[in-house]
Design a protein around this ligand. Structure first.
Ligand SMILES: Cc1cc2nc3c(=O)[nH]c(=O)nc-3n(C[C@H](O)[C@H](O)[C@H](O)COP(=O)(O)OP(=O)(O)OC[C@H]3O[C@@H](n4cnc5c(N)ncnc54)[C@H](O)[C@@H]3O)c2cc1C
Length: 331
């Protein structure tokens, strides 16, 4: 690991000033991803600016009836907060399905949305990886690609985004609030993470030296009937092969409102807009749910070891939507 300096910032202004005085500094949340990447020499910052002491630690109702979540809120605190459990249960469930209790106690909201892929070839310095070394190639395409993407990948990168929390935030139409050299701005969640295209090393639209300060959730009353299901190789401590975050509102047997997002299948949290279009206004039954899943997966492409994900995603979407529809009708 390269030498670096460590400084704890006490205010956002101090954090922004400190980061601007170094050539290659990084904000440090809980360190559960960044420190691993530093150990592997994938990230080599010359300075770490610890942001966990910043005041962005609250979870509070906002004026519009939504919830604002400080970027330094720990994952455990967010998952267990009564407002989140009651109003956005899919978010609470998504977090609790991730990592381990100890890691969730350390990990912050800002760090979670910035975490990097778990592609084996990204971590292996002897492999070619366009994300780690632009222009070097992608060994995952012809390699052991069981955990890789079936949607949104490119010829240059087929890595998936690893976060569970982000899949729920995508379904909830969250907004990322950031502060930086050009002042404050907000980024819609779906525009925060990038598809790889020709530039897989560009993973987010966060600008240089910009600090994430909060995540804002809009009010979504029907999200009380929501669910996150994660399909993985082990019951705990494993990343998703496929995950589904869904919220649905049914009126007189028809789908009045729906939000659907997928994890484990794409280079970014995958909002299932095509499925949502099929679902809106349609009868809430298995036939509709299967049609919606087929529409979303019509452009899916499998590689040697991961084609099973297409059918797995199809079945998981239909199953989660059926479960929610049944629960919704009994409310
Ligand atoms: C063994 C293991 C298993 C895991 N399993 C899962 C899982 O199943 N599901 C899942 O979703 N996650 C999983 N994780 C990932 C874990 O959730 C992330 O490591 C964690 O969320 C990152 O949060 P952090 O605060 O520790 O970020 P850090 O490691 O501190 O930082 C990560 C990145 O975020 C940047 N950053 C941090 N805060 C800010 C900010 N305020 N503004 C701008 N940039 C910022 C840092 O500069 C860095 O680039 C696992 C991790 C481990 C180690």
């Amino acid at each position: 690991m390269r030498n670096f300096t460590y400084t704890r910032a006490e205010s956002p202004q101090e954090a922004l000033t400190l980061i601007s005085t170094h050539a290659n500094a990084k904000f440090l949340g809980g360190g559960t991803n960044l420190v691993d990447l530093m150990r592997e020499n994938i990230e080599q910052p010359d300075a770490l600016i610890d942001v966990t002491r910043l005041p962005a630690k609250g979870i509070a109702e906002s004026a519009d009836g939504g919830i604002s979540i400080g970027a330094e809120v720990r994952n455990t605190a967010l998952a267990n907060h009564p407002l989140i459990r009651q109003r956005y249960p899919l978010l609470s469930q998504a977090i609790l399905f991730g990592a381990s209790g100890q890691i969730r106690n350390m990990a912050t909201v800002g760090g979670n949305i910035m975490q990097r892929t778990r592609c084996y070839y990204f971590y292996d310095e002897t492999s070619r990886c366009n994300k780690r070394k632009p222009g070097s190639g992608c060994d995952a395409k012809e390699g052991f690609n069981r955990i890789h993407a079936i949607l949104g990948a490119s010829e240059n990168c087929i890595a998936t985004h690893p976060s569970d929390m982000c899949v729920a935030l995508s379904a909830l139409d969250a907004t990322v609030r950031v502060d930086g050299p050009r002042g404050e701005r907000t980024i819609p969640f779906d525009a925060f993470h990038c598809l790889p295209g020709d530039t897989p090393h560009v993973e987010t639209t966060l600008g240089a030296n910009e600090l994430i300060t909060s995540i804002d959730l809009p009010p979504l009353p029907f999200a009380r009937w929501s669910r996150y299901r994660k399909v993985r190789d082990r019951a705990s401590y494993a990343f998703a092969l496929v995950s589904v975050a869904a919220a649905i509102e049914i009126e007189n047997g028809r789908i009045r409102n729906v939000r659907l997002a997928l994890g484990g299948v794409a280079p970014k949290p995958w909002r299932a807009y095509q499925a949502e279009q099929v679902l809106a206004g349609a009868p809430a039954n298995l036939e509709t749910f299967r049609r919606a899943a087929d529409a979303e997966l019509s452009s899916a492409r499998g590689y040697r070891y991961n084609s099973f994900k297409i059918e797995l995603a199809r079945r998981t979407m239909a199953s989660v939507l059926s479960e929610l529809a049944e629960a919704g009708e009994n409310q």
